[in-house]
Write a protein that binds this ligand. Structure first.
Ligand code: ASP
Length: 587
């Protein structure tokens, strides 16, 4: 090996050892008489020392020719440092350099390889391998590794086995858009890359594997955001002979185990909240329960008092921003602007200040007496010094708008500390949701999710009312995973496809393989998938998943390092039976 130790390893106990280290030149400080080199590898930094008059003249000359990011092998003796650096694990020692071997030179890197770098996003993406040398990214990937290892340990301890499922599968119309791959051997036909291994894991249950998992790449051709990538990783799991409760307990166990092992955090039991409740209390199916500020409905006290906006609304609902009564005109205008942004879409914002002297000052004083406003305050359990923020409109819409305002207020008031973890299960999702555009019902989770048995009769009569055996795990307002108990009965699956507007033939053509399998002893089963990249980001208290993927795509879905996607040659196109183009751009 080209080293006896790593750059993060040597301590005071190693003094007088002759060692060989290999790594990258992080920094050279040349003070004339003394020269220090910071040598870096994955494990840390070790300081090398040269002293004019004592060190070899040739060696000093050689060191003065080194540049940043040169790869070198350094031989020397471990000595105690005169001025120690408590910030560095190796800070008590340095190496009295005796021999240096340049293993490879380096061009000047396009940005500094430091924790805080001067490189812009696009440049760092182009030179990702240099960016990955920096501690923040290196640590992200190490965290990811730790998380995957502990996930496997936990699932293995629970008798899950990891089975790989194919990446070249069949395109289906449900869900997001597929990435497709043309087939050379079957011209005119296409594989699709899996959006998830959903049907395969169900077939593994039919096959008797009982408990399956896979850390698996999934592909979805959707528009990108900070927390989305066209290819991403799931912890994908399925269990047979279980009910919803068993799955919730198993994966609550996994999340607690991961928090404990990887972060040293003891997560309390996860509360369970129905979808209906979550929408009513927080206006979101992924409520951030790190803080209260729950919705209070005001129809009974706010309507019928002559304020037309409220009188015409289906719902008048608000939140209590505790301690914010002193908000200035300007601050309130800002909040009004916030709710009026197209992304939020409210028409306006009503406020009520519960002043320290016990009186009320509101934006609707014309319509509501002090007495009336007091009755509002009681509903909010508000105290003097609080600020009530109220929206009104169509119930479903106004709840979603108020959710945005609640999160914004939570942010402003510092109630969304990323190191404070609050997880919950959201359960009892609707099975179907109406889609205006296509004029039909869509599966809210996916078409294999089973209805609650007590609701199944409504599948034909009142499909929108049917609740599903589906659940999401939510941490700090982020959906970390979701799953369901599946349909395992051919007839029920057929009814589900019918409710989704599939003809018998199309259902057979698309999913016949699964329905056929259900005729050969399919056990009751269910499962879940957790977004692995997102989980890793959350463990580091970060929003963006990009830093937790070694080689991510940019917002336009491009890999700017390898320059992909790219055109392919006419020879390739021809082989695939695809239309040959006259001239390939750029060729
Ligand atoms: N396959 C589902 C998904 O990707 C998860 C599940 O139902 O297990 O969201």
């Amino acid at each position: 090996m080209l080293r006896t130790h790593t750059c993060g390893e040597l301590r005071i106990a190693d003094i007088n050892k002759e060692v060989v280290l290999s790594g990258w030149v992080q920094r050279i400080r040349d003070k004339g008489g003394l020269i220090w080199i910071d040598l870096r590898d994955r494990y840390g930094i070790t300081q090398l020392l040269l002293e004019e008059g004592r060190s070899d003249v040739q060696l000093i000359k050689q060191v003065r020719e080194l540049g940043r990011e040169f790869v070198v092998q350094a031989k020397g003796k471990v000595i105690e440092r005169v001025s120690k650096n408590p910030k560095l694990a190796t800070g008590d020692i340095e190496i009295d350099l005796q021999q240096l071997n340049v293993l490879n030179a380096s061009k000047i890197p396009p940005f500094t390889i430091e924790d805080e770098t001067d490189g812009g996003e696009e440049l760092r993406m182009k030179y990702r391998y240099l960016d990955l040398r920096r501690n923040p990214l290196k640590n992200s990937l190490m965290l990811r590794h730790r998380l995957s290892l502990e996930t496997r340990k936990y699932l293995d301890s629970q008798q899950f086995i990891e089975i790989e499922t194919p990446y070249l599968i069949k395109s289906t119309p449900e869900g997001a858009r597929d990435f497709v791959v043309p087939s050379r051997m079957n011209q005119g036909e296409f594989y699709a890359l899996p959006q998830s291994p959903q049907t395969f894991k169900q077939l593994l249950m039919v096959a008797g594997f009982d408990r399956y998992y896979q850390l698996v790449k999934c592909f979805r051709d959707e528009d990108l955001r900070a927390d989305r990538q066209p290819e991403f990783t799931q912890i994908d799991c399925e269990m047979a002979f279980v009910e919803q409760e068993d799955i919730l307990n198993t994966f609550e166990g996994m999340i607690k185990y991961l928090f404990k092992e990887v972060k040293g955090v003891e997560l309390p039991d996860l509360p369970r909240m129905s979808y209906a409740d979550a929408m009513k209390r927080y206006g979101s199916d992924k409520p951030d329960i790190r803080f209260g500020m729950e919705f209070v409905e005001l129809n009974d006290v706010a309507q019928g008092k002559g304020f037309k906006v409220f009188d015409e609304a289906e719902l008048v609902v608000g939140i209590n921003a505790t301690g914010c009564a002193a908000y200035t005109r300007k601050q309130l205008d800002k909040l009004t602007e916030f709710v009026k942004r197209p992304q939020v879409g409210a028409k306006g914002l009503v406020y009520v200040k519960y002043k320290e002297d016990g009186s009320f000052k509101s934006s609707v004083d014309k319509f509501f007496t002090q007495e009336m406003l007091k009755s509002w305050a009681e509903k909010f359990h508000a105290k003097a010094g609080d600020l009530l923020l109220v929206l009104s409109g169509e119930a479903e819409k106004v709840r979603i708008q108020l959710n945005e305002l609640r999160l914004e207020m939570g942010e402003r008031l510092g109630l969304r500390n990323p190191d404070n973890y609050k997880a919950l299960w959201v359960v009892d999702f609707p099975l179907l949701e109406w889609d205006e555009e296509s004029g039909r019902y869509h599966a809210m989770h996916h078409p294999f999710t089973s209805p609650k048995p007590e609701d199944a009769d409504m599948l034909e009569t009142d499909p929108g009312k049917v609740r599903a055996n589906a659940y999401d795990i939510v941490i700090n307002g982020v959906e970390i995973g979701g799953g369901s108990i599946r349909i395992h009965d051919r007839d029920l699956q057929r009814r589900m496809f019918r409710a989704l507007g599939f003809t018998e033939e199309r259902a057979q053509e698309q999913f016949g393989f699964l329905m056929n399998a259900f005729e050969y002893g399919a056990p009751p089963h269910g499962g879940i998938a957790l977004g692995f990249d997102r989980l890793a980001a959350m463990f580091a208290g970060k929003d963006s998943i990009r830093d937790f993927i070694a080689f991510p795509k940019n917002n336009a879905g491009r890999d700017v390092m390898i320059d992909s996607p790219s055109h392919i040659s006419n020879v390739q196109l021809d082989e695939l039976g695809l239309k040959v183009v006259d001239k390939i751009p750029g060729e």
